[in-house]
Design a protein around this ligand. Structure first.
Ligand code: SF4
Length: 60
């Protein structure tokens, strides 16, 4: 089971991860991407978010 994390120091708050994979990612209060408390850690879209994040801020 992947355990995605967002490096908030790298994140540029583009919002893409929460669009590509809303089951797992959301925009946090500071605008950066974050993993949802109820994230579906089996969601196939996690890898899409990892691949598409423009700054490589997501690890899984
Ligand atoms: S896709 Fe990457 S840069 Fe964009 S909000 Fe998500 S973690 Fe941040």
């Amino acid at each position: 089971m992947p355990n995605p994390t967002v490096d908030k120091d790298l994140c540029v708050s583009c919002g893409l991860c929460s669009q590509v994979c809303p089951e797992v990612f959301e925009e946090g209060p500071d605008g950066t991407g974050q993993v949802k408390a109820d994230a579906d850690l089996n969601a196939a879209c996690i890898q899409d978010a990892v691949d598409q994040c423009p700054v490589g801020a997501i690890s899984a």
